[in-house]
Ligand binder design. Sequence first.
Ligand SMILES: *Cc1c(COP(=O)(O)O)cnc(C)c1O
Length: 354
Amino acid sequence: MRRSIVRRCYATAGGYVFAKSAEEIAREQGLSRVARLASNENPSPPSEATIAAGLSALKEGNRYPPARQEAVVDALRRVHGDHAFLLGNGMDGVIETVVRTVVEPGDRVVISTPTFSFYGLAAAAQGAEVVEVPREPDFSVDPTKFIEACRGAKLAFLCTPNNPTGDVVPVEAVRKILDGIDCLLFLDNAYIEFSDADYRPLMQEYDHLIEGRTMSKAYSLAGVRFGYAFVPEWLAPHLEQAATPFAVNCVALAAAEAALADQAHIDEVVAHVRQWRERFMTEIPFPVAPSEANFVLIDVAPMTGDEAMERLAEGGVVVRSCRSFPGLEDRYIRVCIGADWENELFLEKVRDLQ
Ligand SMILES: *Cc1c(COP(=O)(O)O)cnc(C)c1O
């Protein structure tokens, strides 16, 4: 009985794949510190002002957060202009709310693989039929194939810059897709701050587009959990109705508000990433996919992703094996740009893999 009440999609092993913890690897290898390059996090802690805002909000942690989050929405408007926004417990929370709002059991949801796994997991949780459209051998998205797969679908996900490949879908290709589909398109812009692309103007032209963002990457708030999305005006009240009440906690609201006002922190972070991305592209002795994100995808063949990951872990560097990404051959690792010492250590150890 106990077992039989669990839904089929959760009855067997699977789900989100977490990177091996740095603490675990340090213990296994007997090392005092390891380079944490597996989760695309920001190596810089939040700024002093952001920390102070979060601490101060915690002092009122006995109260529920405000029902209308005007302060953080005002901060978003100061950065992005006047839009309708959906907030969430990380972008993962935003994705969950969007899926819950529009997907009925049996509805078709389209994803372009290889990509971030949570779209498929969130859609499956809602009983969707998930359709995967493989990217081209160079990882680009063919708009015609994508449009074709979206026929009869309710919702489609497109990640740009894409995790784990790092490449950007050109704005014109996204426009072509939007012109060709009837369903809602969720554009995941988790890494947009590290790229030159800007899809925000499309929000003015299309009312079947959502652009998701997170403060987990460029804004140094992965552990605080704050994500948001630009949403069409007509959809906003329905999303609000479907969202979990008080999904964004008071510390996250205050920290996000302060971090959004701190452009200097972002400029510094982005400059650091761009500089190291250049060095990674030229100094890694394996093929590296061109990246506009804070990570690179490395083809370690003839090794498998797991082999390379394990050998790097022995040297005190934690990276992500891409074995678990559907639609990607088992010969890739994903490595994010960390602090200077972490990147130097990685470059040294990756040379030893040859
Ligand atoms: C990290 C990541 C997210 C999730 O971000 P959170 O805000 O931490 O939930 C969403 N999409 C992609 C592609 C990511 O890599």
